[in-house]
Design a protein around this ligand. Structure first.
Ligand code: FAD
Length: 492
């Protein structure tokens, strides 16, 4: 395909700032409609000096390395279980962090490479430069070698995502790492303190424990803010069962390095003070949008005063030719598929005449904790707030995955919940599931919810036996009834 000439007085039809999930999806879609596109992507090194290639957070320091390490941790568990299924496995088995990091990083590098090839094939220009606005149609790309390039475009899409936020206490930036550093850590993390109990903190603590390291989570107020509280209690109980320690109601006040090389963490909580020694301290206390670094005011762009994110209408900012997608959007889910879908649809609306808007409701997600918690739709608290306690029905059940019996795995926290409107036909408002492969289970039900799933549909669906997903087709006990939701037998 010959390069397409940009329309009008600009260098490009579309300039995308940020070569991550949302930016790349938008750029590729726009180029498929014959537009001339340039993508700027630049990674500012972390405080520890970690940096990575094109593809953004998900590929390099997010979903992908996280899922691979989660899988490594599950495999360790499976090897132990395999003995009870007749496998002769030498004791003790051992695990090598360096080998895992090498395998994970090799995979990431292959994805970086494929991404660059795709951009080249699609004739999308890739500039490894940090973009800063000069005006609403002009961005200065600052390269690593100090050179600058001035690029103009008719439309600009901001897809710069975010980076971990460092809390402010002595020694934090000097001695702590973030998720940006963990997946490429050259030596094993050892006994780790995770500060923060959002999904990233819990997932990291979960897989580290599964890989054989001591893991402690420091929780300021609550685990998994914004998720269904009843489900979160079970996530916590399961993590505790697996040996993850929790320090509740504590905030760090200082980290210092001891002569023995360990990190001494001092904390406080109410009137209490405490301290502990760790090999690694991982801060996971939220993420900061990279909007201010763009010098948005030069283009007349406004950001939300607290989140510093862009408030958009159909992904359009307050400046008509500038759009934003992904994690940099105010009050939108910070998830890869959300960024991708929004980026693709935006390109379709801009350059292919489609009308379809991004639907940010009923986006499914999973916490790989490591017994997974998958959910879609409203939490029980949100449903009560919106429809009152008498306006909804909550069906729930504990269940026993068949494969848990022989190795006598803990089934106490395998639980699901379906929240519906009380009134027939009992439209499903939310589905929550803790158990193996929860992400795989919930994905299909998310499509059903989009299609208008009701409780009657679930009842009419014949399950696949023996699976954990079939439990949603069998759930019949309401919370209101007060009946015992624990299962009596597996097959009746
Ligand atoms: P990003 O993917 O962050 O891409 C932005 C890119 O822009 C980056 O490469 C950045 O360096 C670059 N950039 C920034 N500023 C500039 C500039 N001025 N000029 C040029 N380039 C710039 N999501 C899920 O859906 N499932 C998961 O399981 C999951 N797990 C995660 C685990 C972790 C540890 C983390 C940190 C995140 C996880 N996420 C997960 C979230 C997911 O990674 C993000 O939602 C997604 O990457 C957002 O995409 P984006 O396009 O908005 O930004």
């Amino acid at each position: 395909m010959a390069p397409v000439e940009p329309s009008g007085q600009y260098d490009f039809d579309l300039l995308v700032i940020g070569g991550g999930s949302g930016g790349l999806a938008c750029a590729k879609e726009a180029s498929s409609f014959g537009k001339q596109v340039v993508v700027l992507d630049f990674v500012i090194p972390s405080e520890k000096g970690t940096t990575w290639g094109i593809g953004g957070t998900c590929v390099n320091v997010g979903c992908i390395p996280k899922k691979l390490m989660h899988q490594a941790s599950l495999l360790g568990e499976s090897i132990q279980e395999a003995r009870s299924y007749g496998w002769n496995i030498p004791d003790p088995i051992s695990f090598n962090w360096e080998s895992l990091v090498e395998a994970v990083q090799n995979h990431i590098k292959s994805v970086n490479w494929v991404t660059r090839v795709q951009l080249r094939d699609k004739k999308i220009e890739y500039v490894n430069g940090h973009g800063v606005f000069e005006d609403a149609h002009t961005v200065i790309a600052k390269m690593k070698n100090g050179k600058e390039r001035r690029i103009t475009a008719k439309d600009i899409v901001i897809a710069v995502g975010g980076r971990p936020r460092y809390p402010d206490f002595p020694g934090c930036k000097e001695y702590c790492i973030t998720s940006d550093d963990l997946f490429s850590m050259p030596t094993s993390p050892g006994n780790t303190l995770v500060i923060g109990a959002g999904y990233i903190g819990l997932e990291c603590a979960g897989f580290l424990k599964g890989l054989g390291y001591e893991a402690t989570v420091m929780v300021r107020s609550m685990l998994l803010r914004g998720f269904d509280r009843g489900m979160v209690d079970l996530v916590q109980a399961e993590m505790e069962h697996k040996g993850v320690n929790f320090l509740f109601g504590k905030i760090p006040v200082k980290v210092s390095k001891q002569p023995n090389g360990k990190l001494l963490v001092e904390w406080k909580g109410g009137d209490e003070i405490g301290q502990g020694e760790f090999d690694t301290v991982l801060v996971a206390t939220g993420r900061k949008a990279l909007s201010e670094e763009l010098n948005p005011s030069a283009a007349g762009l406004q950001v939300h005063p607290e989140s510093f994110k862009f408030i958009t209408n159909a992904e359009q900012t307050n400046i008509p030719n500038i759009y934003a997608v992904g994690d940099v959007l105010h009050e939108r889910p910070e998830l890869t598929p959300v960024a991708i879908q929004a980026g693709k649809l935006l390109a379709g609306r801009l350059y292919n005449g489609i009308q379809e808007q991004m639907d940010y409701d009923n986006v499914a997600t999973t916490v790989f904790s490591p017994l997974e918690y998958g959910c879609v739709g409203l939490t029980e608290e949100e449903a009560i707030n919106r429809y009152t306690e008498n306006g909804i029905e909550v069906y729930h059940a504990y269940y026993k995955p068949t494969e848990f019996f022989i190795p006598q795995k803990n089934v106490k926290h395998c639980y699901l919940k379906v929240i519906t409107l009380l009134e027939a036909p009992q439209k499903v408002l939310g589905m929550h599931f803790i158990g193996p492969q929860a992400g795989e289970v919930i994905q299909g039900y998310a499509a059903a919810i989009k299609a208008g799933l009701t409780y009657q549909h679930l009842k009419d669906t014949v399950g696949i036996h023996p699976t954990v997903s079939e439990e949603f087709t069998r759930v019949a006990i309401t919370k209101r009834s007060g009946d015992d939701p624990t299962p009596q037998s597996c097959c009746s």
